[in-house]
Design a protein around this ligand. Structure first.
Ligand code: IMP
Ligand code: MG
Length: 185
């Protein structure tokens, strides 16, 4: 049996402090984003394609999808870092979209933009599939640690330089179920 390190001690929901962003504020903002996105894409003649970055953006994407008043399809991508021995920040796609994107309007959905490396690598791959347009919606923007210039077309909240969990965002796989966003550090 391979040795595994002990999982982090989960903090119980009842012990979490005050949320950085409450579930109510998130819901209100996601509704607004859905309205704005629906307006921007009001005149397209094919359903919008939401390309969701696994796993953190799934909770945001599920709510955003239901706040749209235009037809939309769902696709998923998953990015993983290469193992040790390669340059840090080098990413490979562990899962790529299934349907063709040529001529389609694509909206990439991410939970948080930190260094910008993840979305930059994914956008590069998606552009090769010749979409009619490619935009980015991110629930959170943490500009303090940006390394790659990133254009975010639809931003939920700009946050300070703190690690956050909840509403899909994890620490070591945990806390995605929290309805609000909390700081861990
Ligand atoms: P980037 O490539 O440095 O922009 O990092 C973005 C990815 O790192 C996101 O898809 C998240 O999965 C993860 N990430 C960055 N910051 C946080 C955080 O504060 N909490 C949870 N995940 C984070
Ligand atoms: Mg992620």
């Amino acid at each position: 049996m391979p040795e595994t390190s002990a999982p982090p001690e989960p903090i119980l929901k009842k012990d979490m402090g005050r949320a950085l962003i409450s579930a109510e504020r998130i819901a209100k903002r996601v509704e607004e984003m859905g309205r704005e996105i629906s307006e921007v894409y009001a005149d397209i003649d094919t359903p919008l394609v939401l390309v969701v970055i696994l796993k953190g953006a799934t909770v945001f994407a599920a709510d955003l999808l239901r706040s749209l008043s235009i037809p939309a399809e769902l696709e998923f991508v998953s990015a993983a870092s290469y193992g040790s021995g390669t340059a840090p920040g080098k990413l490979r796609l562990a899962h790529m979209v299934e349907g063709p994107l040529v001529g389609r309007h694509v909206l990439l959905i991410e939970d948080i933009i930190d260094s910008g490396r993840t979305v930059s690598a994914i956008e590069k791959r998606l552009r090769k599939l010749k979409p009619a347009s490619l935009r980015l919606a991110a629930l959170l923007d943490r500009p303090a640690r940006r390394e790659v210039e990133t254009r975010i077309d639809f931003t939920g909240f700009v946050i300070p330089d703190r690690f956050v969990i909840g509403y899909g965002l994890d620490y070591a796989g945990l806390y995605r179920e929290l309805p609000g966003i909390y700081t861990l550090t």
